[in-house]
Design a protein around this ligand. Structure first.
Ligand SMILES: *[C@@H]1O[C@H](CO)[C@@H](O)[C@H](O)[C@H]1NC(C)=O
Ligand SMILES: *[C@@H]1O[C@H](CO)[C@@H](O)[C@H](O)[C@H]1NC(C)=O
Ligand SMILES: *[C@@H]1O[C@H](CO)[C@@H](O)[C@H](O)[C@H]1NC(C)=O
Ligand SMILES: *[C@@H]1O[C@H](CO)[C@@H](O)[C@H](O)[C@H]1NC(C)=O
Length: 370
């Protein structure tokens, strides 16, 4: 990204060299001075006005930041839109039936939207309707694997496609503790699996099974970390486990190109390889955690170390990896403490925002216009 110092140097060079270049084109000394002065004034005005036009500045920074993290050679609008997917604003206000004796998250209504009047506007992100989601996921095998966050994420996805009666039924069975869940939607030829996999090693085993059996879902969403933090509490060990997962995913992927050369395209989402997403850990509110053990082990500094472990594992797309981030950490942080009861599990609406981010990322990836 260009800092103010570089910008200043650039401006100085322009003021100095453009008139000198013009002098080469046989302009008189007075004209050179005139051009130099005019340029200087224009640049000074631009530099001083820029902070008052945040959208221009956002645009400049988003373009330059997306190009610096992008591993693709081609930088186009789609890449910069992916980097803007998490630009979400929350409106959290007391609900009409506010109960002052019971100061919990149920007392607050939350609405989210992509940030308006920002560069995210031009990406035209949308909260997909049921019909659009069915179109997008038609014929796909979706798998969500991980801990309780992943379970809520799976439920949020289902709540966007199921009618309320069926959803109540699913909610009951999906919330049996520590179990897997499988559901088939005949009307859209889609199936969804939730796999209980609280540790990264469980995810690695899952991926190794795919490799062995040469079958894998079209869309795979994974996430883990909370259990490791509570029961093992060792960030460097967590980082190691992520690197193992990364390498088993890397060895899975070449298989996908075999499949695509066979022309085996199952759903509209499954073009070449599985679409991979990583659910980052939520923002933990230490004082709200519901056991002394959690409050002692899951501290802010430990959360920071675990985040670094994820970053350093290079699993994520923006660091050269394979998985696209669904940043529950930033979504839960921006929703705030009124969106959680226990400082760890957030209201469904936070995960719903994550689902919409994932669906929009899929839309961008599959170049699909609805
Ligand atoms: C309710 O909780 C919020 C933080 O979530 C706090 O700022 C506020 O003081 C609390 N109100 C009462 C009445 O306890
Ligand atoms: C799913 O795709 C099939 C054919 O590929 C089509 O017949 C069906 O109408 C689609 N269903 C939905 C819900 O889009
Ligand atoms: C997940 O991994 C842990 C530790 O490696 C193991 O004890 C546990 O049985 C596994 N759970 C599942 C559901 O595979
Ligand atoms: C943390 O894990 C690393 C790598 O697995 C290990 O070398 C180290 O001894 C562990 N630290 C503690 C305090 O257990």
């Amino acid at each position: 990204m260009l800092g103010p110092v570089q910008l200043g140097l650039l401006a100085a060079c322009v003021v100095l060299f453009v008139p000198m270049g013009m002098a080469g084109w046989h302009l008189s000394r007075n004209k050179v001075l005139f051009f130099g002065g005019a340029l200087f004034i224009t640049l000074a005005v631009v530099v001083h006005l820029t902070p008052y036009f945040p959208s221009v500045f956002d645009f400049v920074t988003s373009v330059s930041s997306s190009s610096s993290i992008s591993v693709n050679v081609v930088v186009d609008g789609r890449d910069s839109c992916v980097s803007l997917l998490h630009e979400i604003d929350w409106e959290v206000k007391p609900s009409r039936v506010f109960d002052p004796s019971n100061n919990n998250s149920m007392n607050y209504e939350k609405v989210w939207s992509w940030r308006r009047y920002s560069s995210a506007d031009s990406c035209e992100f949308q909260k997909l309707k049921r019909h659009d989601i069915m179109d997008l996921l038609n014929g796909s095998w979706v798998m969500v694997a991980g801990d309780s966050q992943a379970r809520i994420f799976a439920l949020s996805l289902l709540s966007l496609v199921l009618d309320s009666e069926r959803l109540e039924y699913v909610r009951g069975s999906l919330f049996k503790r520590h179990s897997n869940y499988h559901i088939v939607f005949d009307e859209m030829g889609m199936k969804l699996d939730f796999i209980w996999a609280p540790y990264t090693t469980n995810l690695t085993n899952l991926v190794m099974d795919f490799e062995q059996n040469r079958v894998y879902p079209d869309l795979l969403v994974m996430g883990s970390g909370l259990w490791h933090m509570l029961h093992i509490t060792n960030a460097s060990d967590y980082g190691d486990s992520l690197r193992l997962l990364r390498s088993s995913l890397t060895s899975l992927l070449p298989i996908s190109s075999d499949f695509s050369t066979n022309g085996q395209v199952i759903g509209s989402v499954s073009v070449r390889s599985p679409h991979l997403f990583w659910l980052a850990m939520p923002t933990l509110v230490n004082s709200m955690l519901n056991t002394p053990e959690k409050r002692e082990k899951m501290t802010n500094s430990m959360c920071g170390e675990y985040e670094r472990g994820l970053h350093d594992s290079n699993m994520l797309r923006q660091f050269g990896g394979l998985l696209q981030l669904v940043d529950i950490g930033s979504l839960s942080w921006s929703c705030g403490t009124r969106c959680t009861e226990d400082g760890m599990h957030y209201d469904g609406v936070v995960y719903e925002a994550g689902v919409h981010i994932m669906l929009n990322a899929l839309l961008i990836e599959s170049h699909q216009k609805l």
